[in-house]
Write a protein of this length. Structure first.
Length: 225
């Protein structure tokens, strides 16, 4: 839980002033998810750097049971090891991938996990576990899902059925607007804070504004994903 709280406590000082207004969501649409009413964004519309066979967003559990795989793919683009000369060895490297750390660290109910990006190019399998490293794999940010992935890797969450906590839009100049959130509304006094970002084609991310949407006094019951 120690990794979770520094991320979730962002905006606590704003809570002292109570909830404020929300961002203008005109032109934004809901972030696409892996399944209906989920909170894991979909990343199948990627246009990665030239030459890559595949890009995968993978998840690894911090503490895993003996039967659990080292990691598993959340979403993927392309065909892993498609141009490898030794396909079995390449596929084995993908299946065994598990960096010691990653991005978007998440804990709930005593279960913790993190994400990382994996690419294959010929026989080479590469892992990107730092948010800034994703720019090398993605190249120019030229899809909305790539823009969302840049913000997601920085530790922000998305409610894919609520544009105020999970929105994206394409700007006229080819850049993107992304709305995410931080906080938790399950039996903790951690506020839900809305964050609005400008994502440039270069991969640079700038936060434009933030708002406190609600306090974290509600309770709920769900499993970590």
């Amino acid at each position: 839980m120690s990794h979770f709280f520094p991320r979730a406590l962002v905006g606590m000082t704003l809570l002292l002033a109570g909830c404020d207004s929300t961002a203008d969501t005109d032109g934004y649409k809901e972030v696409a998810c892996t399944w209906e009413l989920a909170s894991d964004p979909l990343f199948d519309d990627l246009r990665p750097a030239a030459g890559l066979d595949a890009v995968q967003v993978r998840i690894a559990k911090v503490t895993r049971a003996e039967e659990d795989p080292p990691s598993s793919a959340l979403t993927l683009w392309g065909e892993a090891c498609a141009t490898a000369t030794d396909v079995p060895a390449c596929q084995a490297a993908v299946a065994a991938s598990r960096p010691p750390e990653g991005f978007h660290f998440y804990c709930y109910g005593g279960k913790c996990s993190y994400r990382f990006l994996l690419t294959t190019q010929g026989d080479e399998v590469r892992i990107y576990s730092k948010p800034e490293a994703l720019k090398e794999a993605l190249g120019t940010i030229d899809t909305e899902q790539e823009a969302v992935l840049r913000v997601y890797a920085m530790g922000y969450d998305f409610l894919c059925y609520d544009v105020e906590q999970g929105g994206v839009k394409t700007n006229a100049d080819g850049s993107y607007g992304v709305i995410g959130y931080r906080g938790i509304q399950c039996d903790r006094d951690i506020p839900i804070t809305q964050h609005v970002f400008h994502v440039f084609p270069s991969g640079e991310v700038r936060e434009l504004e933030s708002h406190v949407l609600k306090g974290g006094t509600e309770t709920c019951d769900f499993e970590a994903h």
